[in-house]
Design a protein around this ligand. Structure first.
Ligand code: TYD
Length: 215
């Protein structure tokens, strides 16, 4: 699809600081005069936020892995149609907290679902979306879980450490699968230092010196 906007996705294990980095990047872009849309997954539209409740509620213990994968893809499809594609068509910069790589890492590697099947379902959900850039905030799962210890855990965060280790290994597999699209940043430092690294990749994508890649 041809559009003038750009999509930048922030990925990483739970506790890597994605939300903070999305905000820092958005503030900097806005100061430069860019029109920025900040959103998150699962969520970002009324319907997708409702699906989010279903997905993250620890009471929904009986949810099967396939149902989980399809609900994430459903929430995503609505976000793409309602928010992301229109924003890109009108030239905006969209910053998204998690996106399709989360499904490959969590449902593919964490739950062990077939990667090719997940790719197909998610290609369907992404519709006409073209090139984008994924910034992976890399942090070992033990450190991420330690950072998030104080909060109440959602259904996925409650999974054991071996699940989160597989998710992390999944992200590292994806770095090799999508070298054009995924840029890795060490997320273990202070937020400002992480931001400088994020900015290096993000600005290269915005100014076109880095073309990003497709899913
Ligand atoms: P997130 O909103 O990042 O959680 P928090 O704000 O509490 O850090 O994501 C919620 C959870 O959903 C997170 O544990 C990762 C998981 N997830 C998947 O398993 N698959 C997906 O496709 C997405 C987008 C998220």
């Amino acid at each position: 699809m041809e559009y003038s906007g750009k999509l930048v996705v922030f990925e990483g294990p739970d506790g890597a600081g994605k939300t903070t980095q999305v905000k820092l990047a958005a503030e900097r872009l806005q100061k430069m005069g860019y029109s920025v849309v900040m959103t998150r997954e699962p969520g970002g539209t009324r319907l997708s936020e409702e699906i989010r409740q279903l997905l993250l509620d620890p009471a929904n213990r009986e949810m099967s892995p396939v149902t989980e994968a399809l609900l994430y893809a459903g929430a995503r499809s609505q976000l793409v149609a309602e928010v992301i594609l229109p924003a890109l068509a009108s030239g905006k910069i969209v910053l998204c907290d998690r996106f399709v790589d989360s499904s490959l890492a969590y449902q593919g590697f964490g739950r062990g679902l077939d990667l090719e099947m997940l790719r197909q379902v998610n290609r369907f959900a992404l519709d006409r979306l073209g090139r984008f850039c994924t910034i992976l905030l890399d942090l070992p799962p033990e450190e991420g879980l330690e950072r998030g210890k104080k909060r109440e855990k959602d259904r996925l965060e409650q999974e054991d450490i071996s699940f989160h280790r597989r998710v992390w290994e999944g992200y590292h597999f994806l770095i090799k699968e999508y070298p054009e699209r995924i840029r890795v940043v060490d997320a273990s430092s202070q937020p400002e230092i992480v931001h400088q690294q994020v900015w290096k990749h993000l600005s290269a994508f915005i100014n076109g010196s880095d073309q990003g890649g497709v899913f």
